[in-house]
Design a protein around this ligand. Structure first.
Ligand code: PLP
Length: 464
């Protein structure tokens, strides 16, 4: 325990907030920034110094420099660009799919002015919202019609509200899943006002189970893609084709929640095949719902494709007004779709990361290790495996390469998260790994700088 008298003396020597605000350099800050921001920063600087003294440190200076730093911190945008060195390609907590450059550019372009969002320039009159993007989406999926909403949860909610409010929806017990972030199929069904009719068992559901459950109250059959888990062993599920054979003659719409929205076959050589919306529609689905920011590689959105009559019913429902997307989302969607149309999907970052050969990832890992070595940080290039993420293609992993850093991995990871730019890494078998499958070329230099700062500010926790 530190000497309490000395500690008290040090605490008493700390300036008051008012004294700090009287400092000439802090006055200069007050001239440039809102007073409440500077006052809060001054208070934070004093509080921090007090905490350090109470924590046992014998030196804790508070002055204009500390206040300026606290002001800069307070004014920094809360939503920060970070480097994703986790190797998880579609990291939901890190914003899922990064946009392709043309999509980001179009987004910025339409954000800064007026656009023909719901305006037909030919007629000089009101037009359909985002019509061009929706036509392109429908065309690429081989669908009659398409619609975009806020996210896939919204798409499923809207579809069920329109198709089945007050009536029954038949779902396999093997597909009553939770997608993550609390999206549970039974709960969304309940919110839509539809009644859930469960059929089959967890591991086996046959077409006959659905057939037996169809009755006068049945409004729709729902199939959910097992996007975030795998069932192995003694399993059986009804195919879309079998369900379409049941639904068609009875006039029941068949809804398929596809989840990840993979648009190309094959997606990547190393990965198991994923269903595309085009394939699902050909197999007999009437409406397919999917996310815009998973394997599709675009902005956050829920995309619905399918029959014209059903899509129009969704578009006219009052909920649509609450779930619709804005002009920037539509611009990014259209630009991403144009890349698919032009056979340039390799420019979509998520797809590029999925398809990149391990040899090419390794070259980037070596470059990072060299840059780190030049900054005095020892890093070892190691083989590892990346994940697809966002509950897409569960169990699949991609051979990858990482730079492993020595030292206390938790402490180093914490400092990297506080860096400029912040970087998020992965801890594996007691070492901190920077998996560069998810770090593009342009971020290798900034990552090397951030790591060397984090490494060299570590004090005793990190052994070099
Ligand atoms: C991810 C997913 C959802 C939710 O999509 P969001 O775009 O995150 O709202 C719904 N269903 C399935 C099958 C999914 O994989």
């Amino acid at each position: 325990m530190a000497d309490p008298t000395a500690l008290n003396a040090r605490l008493r020597k700390l300036p008051s907030v008012d004294e700090l605000l009287g400092d000439a350099q802090v006055q200069a800050l007050l001239a440039r920034h809102p007073r409440p921001v500077v006052v809060r920063a001054a208070r934070a600087a004093v509080d921090q110094a007090r905490r350090r003294l109470l924590g046992g440190e014998t030196e804790a200076s508070v002055g204009a420099e500390q206040v300026a730093r606290a002001v800069a911190e307070a004014l920094r945008p809360g939503l920060a660009r970070v480097i994703n060195a986790t190797g998880v390609i579609l990291h939901t907590n890190l914003g899922r799919a990064p946009l392709a450059a043309p999509a980001a550019a179009r987004m910025a372009e339409v954000a800064q002015g007026a656009v023909d969002l719901e305006y037909d320039l030919g007629l000089g009159a009101r037009g359909a919202r985002g019509a061009a993007a929706m036509e392109l989406l429908a065309e690429l999926c081989g669908a009659e019609s398409a619609l975009a909403v806020n996210n896939n949860a919204a798409a499923v909610l809207l579809a069920l509200s329109v198709l089945a409010r007050g009536r029954e929806v038949i779902v396999s017990r093997g597909e009553l899943v939770e997608i993550g972030g609390g999206f549970r199929i039974p709960e969304v069904l309940a919110q839509s006002g539809a009644r859930l009719v469960e059929v089959g068992t967890t591991n086996k559901t046959r077409a006959a189970d659905y057939a037996a459950a169809i009755g006068p109250e049945t409004a729709s059959l729902l199939k959910v893609h097992q996007s975030n888990f795998r069932m192995v062993g003694f399993t059986e599920e009804a195919t879309l084709g079998e369900l379409a054979e049941l639904a068609r003659p009875r006039g029941l719409p068949l809804l398929f929640d596809l989840g990840s929205g993979c648009m190309v076959e094959p997606l990547a050589a190393e990965l198991p095949p994923e269903p595309t919306p085009a394939r699902a529609l050909r197999a007999g689905a009437d409406l397919v719902c999917m996310s815009g920011d998973k394997l599709f590689g675009g902005p956050q959105a829920g995309l619905v494709v399918g029959s014209k009559a059903l899509v129009e019913r969704l578009a006219r429902h009052p909920l649509m007004r609450a779930l619709r997307v804005d002009k920037t989302t539509l611009a990014a969607l259209e630009a991403t779709l144009a890349l698919y149309r032009d056979g340039r999907e390799g420019e979509i970052p998520a797809i590029r990361m999925l398809r990149e050969s391990v040899a090419s990832v390794l070259v980037r890992a070596q470059r990072l290790a060299e840059r780190l070595a030049a900054a005095g940080v020892a890093g070892e290039v190691v083989a590892t495996s990346s994940q697809v993420g966002a509950g897409s293609i569960p169990g699949a992993s991609l051979a990858s390469a990482a730079v492993a850093l020595s030292g206390d991995p938790e402490a180093l990871a914490a400092r990297l998260r506080q860096g400029d730019p912040p970087a998020v890494a992965r801890i594996h078998e007691g070492r901190l790994l920077l998996d560069v499958r998810t770090v593009p070329d342009s971020e290798i230099e900034p990552l090397a700088r951030a790591v060397s700062v984090a490494f060299n500010s570590g004090g005793s926790e990190v052994s070099c």
